[in-house]
Design a protein around this ligand. Structure first.
Ligand code: ADP
Ligand code: ASP
Ligand code: MG
Length: 406
């Protein structure tokens, strides 16, 4: 039995016309004698509206009722699509996460998939040609509905593709594939025909929301072929594959940006061993993820300052933890008007001078770099958010990304 997984994001299933379009795509696959497993997101901006409604009552996303409320959008789209298919003589039924079951941990608001038994799905495929599952949701061992974090339907799709050993996982969205930068932010962004798991993992973790990072981790782990493509036309999109299979080794493959960080500076801390441990331990035990870190040079040999970034949404919690800890500092400074801009490419492994070009370009544009962090295949800089647009476009040009690959 050859199974294909097709995932449709919010904009691709936002009205009846689009449901019809999805059904035509499914029909085409059925003609090729395949079984189709569809994963759907909530229609349009439904999830945002559900979150707003929940927040009127309670502002806590790590809550079982939060998941119970915000997972409902996907139930509606799965039911509507299955009904439409059935009405058009295609044997289909809808499934909620718990009916599969998609078993997750109990970390509400951002649960991780633990297991997906496939017995029931395989049995259903003996009766139905198409199964339509609500993405984004699962069930915990405590028998509660969970959600996988914003954008989590991508993860549902890749996870089910891995469990069912599907031949491909197609991600249908509102752009034609993965671009060299967010096409909404960089006008000259170009579609990339192939990208490695590692590159898109870095890009998505650094702000390119076209794929949810966890979905890429799973695709990489289970070697799932992912095709990101438009739900509005039939053009070939972007294939995500392993580094060995990728023949296009651009020096810089893509540029990402994120406005979701806050910069915290502790001024006047002791410059002695163990201080960093004292600062980061209470943050780690509060589950606060620290990203970029820089320790500044000591002025007088005794006192120094330390700058680091955390997610904007966790900034207040982090500051509170630091103030309650026994770490001594003179002042704490918070800056939320910052953006992280990153260049990503596996070609960086074998080429020198990539960082120099980035810093030179930013300097030429009079953009001050506040913090730098690197990995083997990426360089990220923290800059003021007012300079983001100029930085993105200038870097896009200087690394030759304005030119089309196709
Ligand atoms: P869906 O609802 O289909 O899951 P998303 O909004 O989650 O869609 O992801 C698609 C969006 O990702 C695009 O509209 C685009 O603005 C954004 N995006 C950010 N970075 C990139 C990139 N490098 N390539 C393509 N799209 C990107
Ligand atoms: N509907 C959910 C969200 O908006 C999941 C998804 O679209 O992938 O985050
Ligand atoms: Mg998405």
């Amino acid at each position: 039995m050859s199974i294909i997984v097709m995932k449709f994001g919010g904009t691709s299933i936002s009205n009846l016309e689009k449901i019809k379009n999805i059904s035509n795509r499914i029909k085409r696959e059925l003609k090729k004698n395949k079984k189709v497993f569809v994963v759907v997101s909530a229609m349009g901006k439904t999830t945002d509206q559900l979150i707003k409604k929940f927040f009127v009552v309670k502002k806590d996303i790590f809550n079982a009722e939060y998941d119970s409320v915000i997972s409902t959008g996907e139930q509606l789209s799965a039911g509507l699509l299955a009904a439409f298919l059935d009405e058009n003589k295609i044997s289909a039924r809808s499934l909620l996460g718990w009916q599969i079951p998609i078993i997750t941990d109990s970390f509400h608001g951002k649960a991780r998939i633990i297991d997906i038994p496939t017995k029931f799905v395989k049995k259903l495929f003996k009766t139905y040609d198409v199964l339509v599952m609500s993405g984004f949701q699962g069930i915990s061992k405590c028998n509660r509905i969970t959600t996988l974090g914003r954008g989590g339907s991508d993860t549902s799709a890749v996870a089910i593709a891995a469990a069912l050993k599907a031949e491909i996982c197609e991600i249908y969205t509102d752009v034609e594939g993965i671009y060299t930068a967010d096409p909404r932010k960089v006008k000259k962004a170009k579609k990339i025909s192939q990208i490695t798991y590692e590159e898109i993992l870095e890009m998505s973790s650094l702000g390119s929301k076209v794929l949810e990072p966890r979905s890429v981790e799973l695709a990489m782990k289970y070697d799932i072929k992912v095709h990101v493509r438009s739900s509005f036309n039939n053009k070939k999109g972007t294939i995500v594959l392993s580094e060995e299979e990728n023949l296009e080794k651009a020096l810089v493959t893509g540029i990402s940006s994120s406005d979701e960080d806050a910069k915290i500076t502790l001024i006047g801390i002791q410059d002695t061993p163990g201080v960093a441990n004292k600062i980061f331990s209470p943050l780690a035990s509060a589950n606060i993820n620290v990203d970029m870190i820089v320790q500044n040079i000591t002025d007088d040999g005794r006192l120094t300052s330390l700058t680091f970034t955390v997610a904007n949404s966790e900034c207040e919690k982090a500051v509170k933890k630091l103030k309650l800890s026994d770490i001594k500092f003179n002042k704490i400074h918070i800056d939320k008007k910052i953006s992280k801009v990153s260049i990503i490419g596996v070609g960086m492994r074998s080429h020198v001078g990539v960082a120099k070009k980035m810093f030179e370009t930013l300097a030429k544009n009079n953009i001050n770099i506040q913090v730098i962090s690197t990995s083997e295949i990426k360089i990220s800089v923290l800059i003021s958010s007012g300079s983001k647009k100029i930085a993105l476009n200038a870097l896009h040009k200087v690394y030759g990304l304005d030119k089309s690959f196709d």
